[in-house]
Design a protein. Structure first.
Length: 192
């Protein structure tokens, strides 16, 4: 004999979830606009909104709008797993800077070159690896934007911000790859 609402196979017919809780409705994928850049998620061409997989893997063209799509997807997961507001801000800033650097400085906006992103999101930490197909750079050759002669320059602060806001940052593959880790630490500022 089955439970009330059961079809006899151990699955509830009306309540769906465990212990009488209603099941979640299936997610309805949103179709990406026709003019959005072509991208892949976990090796498959993305014809709908970005799909959740662990780890999240993206290959995007060297276009800023593609970077913004990836940033939104990662930030949605960061929020979903409960990162605090301070950590969310740090991730948003560092991720945006790293994606812009890969697209603009690494791949030099070359539409033939791709940016590869992998993100592992857990309630304790976020790990993001971003790799471009450009010539690379040597971290030690980047001018210090806090020196007096660089204070009024309009660029050159992205790496400084990435390294300031993330828990750890590693540059590899001749400067073409950055691995950033942000731990979900206690909020420094109170939430609203």
């Amino acid at each position: 004999m089955g439970l009330a609402g059961s079809d006899g196979r151990g699955r509830g017919s009306g309540t769906g979830g465990r212990k009488g809780r209603p099941s979640r409705p299936p997610a309805t994928p949103k179709v990406a606009p026709k003019n959005s850049p072509k991208a892949t998620v976990n090796g498959k061409r993305a014809t709908t909104a970005i799909v959740v997989d662990k780890p999240l893997k993206f290959t995007i063209p060297s276009k800023f709008e593609a970077g913004r799509e990836v940033q939104k997807r990662i930030l949605d997961d960061v929020t979903r797993v409960g990162f605090n507001s301070h950590s969310q801000f740090a991730i948003k800033l560092a991720l945006e800077e790293a994606l812009i650097n890969a697209i603009k400085h690494g791949n030099r906006l070359d539409p033939k070159k791709k940016v590869h992103i992998e993100a592992i999101v857990s309630p304790k930490q976020l790990e993001i690896t971003i790799e471009d197909e450009g010539p690379g750079f040597h971290r030690g050759d980047v001018p210090d934007p806090t020196l007096e002669e660089n204070l009024e320059k309009c660029s050159g602060r992205g790496i400084l911000l990435i390294e300031a806001y993330m828990s750890s940052v590693q540059w590899s593959n001749g400067g073409r790859r950055v691995k950033m880790v942000k731990k979900n630490e206690d909020d420094v500022l109170p939430r609203k």
